[in-house]
Design a protein. Structure first.
Length: 89
């Protein structure tokens, strides 16, 4: 399983949320939409600048050494994480 990827499978997993949105859309008051972001070098350069000058700051909950990946996964699965979990290689 990748980061931010549903665990239902490589082909079906990404379709679960859009299908669920389409089915529940008529019954909720919020407007739902689906989009795909297209990355390009210019946008990534701007984002890199934001990270470098501190405009955007990633929220890192904990950092684990590579030898403690199992413990990091347990922590994440327990729902305690308040930010990203970093594995230091």
């Amino acid at each position: 399983m990748g980061v931010g990827v549903p665990s239902q499978g490589r082909w079906i997993g990404p379709l679960v949320r859009p299908v669920r949105m389409a089915l529940t859309g008529p019954f909720v008051s919020q407007t739902m939409t689906f989009f795909l972001a297209r990355q390009n070098a210019e946008d990534l350069s701007v984002l890199s600048g934001f990270l470098e000058n501190g405009t955007v700051v990633p929220v890192i909950d904990r950092t684990y050494p590579l030898a403690e990946v199992a413990e990091a996964m347990r922590y994440l699965e327990q729902g305690h994480a308040q930010g990203k979990i970093v594995i230091a290689v």
